[in-house]
Design a protein around this ligand. Structure first.
Ligand SMILES: Nc1ccn([C@@H]2O[C@H](COP(=O)(O)OP(=O)(O)OP(=O)(O)O)[C@@H](O)[C@H]2O)c(=O)n1
Length: 373
């Protein structure tokens, strides 16, 4: 089959870059491509039908594929945090200059439309050696890269990867400089959430501990709390990636006390669903610590909003299944009996209003008592 040339990019100097090239070389699944465009202007991109999306630098979406096309640029840090960047994008920025501003050698390989690789920092050599290595001191201009590097290791450690000692040293220097504190909590959570969905999520946290970054954003997890939390990961049930990440987070913090867990949730500005899930796991483990009693089970179901959101109870039973097997079976039986109590049948009997609520509560109580035997 003859491949038709894409009219939108015909004559443009474009390269596939970043994660897509890295992952293709690693044999890892590639979900989306990022492209860099050399020698073009924003105007020329718009005329070709690309849609501008970048707020801080010129990035465009391809009109058909919606893949990202960024104009080659250089960046220089000019202040704290993420806002302090001076971006220089112009047709005279070369591909090599654009690659030089990037974080890791394995992320700075470009591929021309002819398939040729442009690899000025020997990213291919580092892929072969299984090493995550920073490209230059500019690594420290974006403190998020400390978290990114730990996250990449959580993904690739099972392939034999490690972080170059000089990069660990630089990550430590960034952590100790206080720059990590300037990151937005949301960005920290995005990295952490991704890391929690990776094959070796524990590696993210141990790496952050090793380079002194853990105490900045996760002080509650420093020391023994971390080993306890990481040990809980193996109890995470199989799930899709988004769910798995949240379940693992809830397990990670399940041994913390309420104050520590809530402080962490607040600092990370966790989405409500995630902090609530973590709270629920703590409640469930608390319930399972002692022999099950009907009043405690009913109180737990109320706290989980189980009558309105039964899926929240089901999730808890799955989550703690491997931690407290037998008790969980009894709890599940009690829950199944209680949820089988139907308001409809009471309504049919003519029970209404406040009396209905009371009757429901009583029938559920009886169901739980009976199930617990
Ligand atoms: N703080 C950052 C973010 C991104 N990049 C560069 O931009 C590319 C694309 O970044 P991104 O899409 O965030 O990550 P990927 O490397 O594509 O990895 P992932 O598989 O997680 O999407 C990276 O490969 C890297 O070259 C960087 O140098 N520093």
């Amino acid at each position: 089959m003859v491949k038709r040339e894409d009219p939108h990019t015909a004559g443009l100097n474009v390269y596939r870059v970043g994660g897509a090239v890295r992952d293709a070389l690693l044999g890892w699944p590639v979900y989306d491509n990022d492209w860099v465009v050399v020698g073009a202007t924003p105007d020329a991109m718009r005329k070709r039908g690309f849609k501008p999306v970048g707020r801080d630098f010129p990035v465009f979406l391809h009109p058909d594929s919606s893949e990202e096309y960024a104009l080659a640029r250089t960046e220089r840090k000019s202040g704290h945090g993420y806002s302090g960047f001076e971006v220089h994008a112009s047709p005279d920025v070369t591909l090599e200059e654009d690659l030089l501003r990037r974080d890791l050698t394995v992320n700075a390989i470009a591929q021309g439309t002819d398939g040729q690789l442009v690899d000025p920092f020997d990213g291919q050599g580092d892929i072969e050696k299984r090493v995550l290595r920073h490209i230059s001191q500019a690594f420290s201009e974006d403190p998020l890269r400390v978290l990114r590097t730990a996250r990449f290791l959580a993904r690739y450690a099972p392939l034999g990867f490690s972080i170059a000692p000089e990069t660990v040293a630089l990550m430590t220097k960034v952590s100790e400089s206080g720059e990590l504190e300037h990151l937005a909590a949301e960005r920290v959570w995005v990295e952490t959430e991704k890391a929690l969905g990776e094959p070796s999520p524990e590696v993210y946290f141990t790496t952050l501990a090793e380079c002194q970054a853990l105490s900045v954003w996760f002080p509650e997890l420093v020391g023994e709390a971390l080993s306890k939390g990481l040990a809980a990961f193996e109890h995470a049930p199989a799930a899709n990636q988004a769910r798995l990440a949240h379940w693992r987070y809830a397990l990670l913090v399940c041994a913390l006390d309420d104050t520590a867990r809530e402080a962490l949730a607040k600092r990370l500005r966790l989405p409500n669903g995630v902090s609530e899930l973590a709270r629920h796991v703590a409640l469930t483990l608390q319930l399972l610590k002692t022999p099950l009693e009907a009043a405690a089970v009913l109180h737990w179901l109320e706290r989980l909003d189980g009558w309105r959101k039964p899926a929240q109870v089901d999730a808890q039973l799955l989550l703690v299944a491997k931690m407290a097997g037998e008790q969980v079976a009894a709890l599940e039986a009690a829950w199944n009996s209680a949820r089988a109590v139907s308001p409809q049948s009471l309504i049919k009997q003519g029970v209404q209003g406040a009396a209905l609520g009371k009757a429901l509560r009583e029938q559920r109580r009886l169901a739980v008592v009976k199930a617990l035997g």
